[in-house]
Design a protein around this ligand. Structure first.
Ligand SMILES: [Zn+2]
Length: 40
């Protein structure tokens, strides 16, 4: 808890959409927590 994930693309704070699915509202990147560092 309290862990902040930053976008690998633009370093904006990621928003949790689901438990293992983050979204960056700044650049639109998605990040899957099962494979951190990999985004699309
Ligand atoms: Zn971003």
């Amino acid at each position: 808890m309290g862990e902040e994930i930053t976008c690998p693309r633009c370093e904006n704070k990621m928003v949790d959409m689901q438990a293992c699915h983050m979204f960056c509202p700044n650049c639109g990147a998605h990040l899957d927590c099962s494979d951190k560092g990999n985004f699309w």
